[in-house]
Every structure is written in structure tokens, then in C-alpha cells.
Design a protein around this ligand. Structure first.
Ligand code: BGC
Length: 266
């Protein structure tokens, strides 16, 4: 199986680091022109765009806060101004503001829901409008557009101390499946990726030493994931190799969602 995203345009939100950056790189390596969205960290986003261009690919970095409607409109206008079309949206921006529920501030609840759930809605709505307006592009893909939501194992696994985050990802699941049900007949493909524990800068404290050993007890496959494990899945889901995959969630978690604490229990 050879995957080419040649002549396709991909927008990755929250792509200045971690999973978003790895996915942007993977999509560019597969031949897509990539728009690297960032919110606060312009420098690494610009550097990633430059690296992709140096390697012979096409990329730009664009700042926008996905939780703000006007920013999202501006971001999508920039995508179309620069590359003329949109084929792939990876709605990846997300954040955590952890606290026990009894102590959680409304500000921290809202901040997480606004980025992780409302931000995905705003980007998906803008992508759908663009896909419908531009119509099919059969010379690049069988689908009229592809949307990939970045979810988490915590769309399924409850997470004490992270109720805002788990609620946002639970919301992403039904957002994704409702939109998939709605737009399938327009040949727009909508899916989610649900990563487990992945070794990224943000997760550094959890993926080293004692914390890593504890985390590994929750991962039947016996290793922490790498950002490339997720990027490979993004490229496949964005390509025609997965053309019949619609409205589903692909767990990239080494089996974390198998409830491994039940191996010798229950
Ligand atoms: C979170 C990580 C966590 C993983 C598994 C992800 O959604 O962002 O911090 O390690 O879930 O619990």
C-alpha cells in the first residue's frame, strides 16, 4: 500500500508541538501542503513550516485561537488564500487544566471545554462549509473532505482529577459521530483518533522513571507511545486507503482502553 496525499491541503490545529507537530510532518511527508496552526507558540510553528519547506514540501504557520469564532474564520480564509482549497482537517488543539472536581474553578472548566470541544466544533463547521462550497476534487481524493478529531482514551476511560478534560473528550466522541451521520451522504469522511499515553514534551513528567513504570502497568502492549504512532494513523485516516472508514474512533493506545487492571482481578 502506497499512501500519497499529493495535491491535497491539510490544516492541523495546535501543531506547534507534540502530536499536532508530528502529524503535520507526517502529512507533509505524504505530499500534502500543510497549514500549521498555533495559538501562543509561533516560533516552533514557523520553524516546523520552514523545515517542511526545506525538505521540499509546502507549509505555512498561522496563529489563531480555535476557541474564538473570528480567529477560526481568519484561519480558514488564510488556508484558502494560500493553497486554494482544503481537503483534510485535523482538529487537534487541546489542553488540560487538572484539578479535583471539588476544587475546580469555573474558569478552568470553561477553558478546557472552549478549546477541546467548542474549538473542534468551530473548525469542523468551517471545514464543512469549505468542503461543500468547493465540491468534490476526485483527482486528489475519493472523499469530498476528511475530518479527523483528536480525541483521547478519556472519551471512554473516566479520569479522576480531570473531569473537564474527560467531559470534553466524551463530547468530542458524540460531536464526531453526529457530524459523521450528518455529512456522510455528502462524501465527507469524519473520524476520531484516541491516543493513550504518548511520549511528548507535555507528558514528559509522566513518561519517565517511577511515573513511567506506573503508567506501563496500564498499557498491555508494554511501551509508551511515540508521536509517530499517532501521526501514522493520521496519515492513513486522511488517505483513500481508509476510504470506507467513517464515524469511527481509532484507539492508538497499546491497549490502555482494555482495562488492564482487570488482568488478575474482577
Ligand atoms: C492525556 C495524557 C494521558 C493519556 C492517558 C491523554 O489524553 O493527554 O496526559 O497520559 O491521555 O491517560
Amino acid at each position: 500500500m502506497h499512501i500519497s496525499l499529493d495535491k491535497q491541503v491539510a490544516l492541523v490545529t495546535g501543531a506547534s508541538s507534540g502530536l499536532g507537530a508530528a502529524a503535520a510532518k507526517g502529512l507533509a511527508e505524504a505530499g500534502a501542503a500543510v497549514v500549521i496552526n498555533y495559538n501562543r507558540h509561533g516560533e516552533p510553528a514557523e520553524k516546523l513550516a520552514e523545515d517542511i519547506r526545506q525538505a521540499g514540501g509546502k507549509a505555512i504557520a498561522v496563529g489563531a485561537d480555535v476557541s474564538r469564532e473570528a480567529d477560526v474564520e481568519r484561519l480558514f480564509a488564510k488556508v484558502i488564500d494560500t493553497f486554494g482549497a482544503l481537503d483534510i482537517l485535523l482538529a487537534n488543539s487541546g489542553l488540560q487544566k487538572d484539578a479535583a472536581t471539588v476544587d475546580m474553578t469555573l474558569a478552568d472548566w470553561n477553558a478546557v471545554l472552549e478549546v477541546n470541544l467548542t474549538g473542534q466544533f468551530l473548525c469542523v463547521r468551517a471545514a464543512l462549509r469549505q468542503f461543500i462550497q468547493q465540491g468534490p476534487r476526485p483527482w486528489v481524493s475519493r472523499a469530498t473532505g476528511k475530518i479527523i478529531h483528536m480525541s483521547s482514551v478519556h472519551q471512554l476511560i473516566p479520569w479522576a482529577g480531570h473531569a473537564n478534560y474527560a467531559a470534553s473528550k466524551g463530547g468530542v466522541d458524540l460531536l464526531m459521530r453526529s457530524v459523521a451521520q450528518e455529512v456522510g451522504e455528502q462524501h465527507i469522511r469524519v473520524n476520531s483518533i484516541a491516543p493513550g499515553a504518548i511520549r511528548t514534551a507535555i507528558n514528559a513528567a509522566n513518561t519517565q522513571g517511577d511515573a513511567e513504570r506506573k503508567l506501563l502497568e496500564l498499557i498491555p502492549y508494554g511501551r509508551i507511545g511515540e508521536a509517530e504512532d499517532v501521526a501514522n494513523a493520521v496519515v492513513w485516516l486522511a488517505s483513500d486507503a481508509s476510504d470506507y472508514v467513517h464515524g469511527t474512533t481509532l484507539f492508538i493506545d497499546g491497549g490502555m482502553s482494555l482495562y488492564p487492571e482487570f488482568r488478575n482481578n474482577g
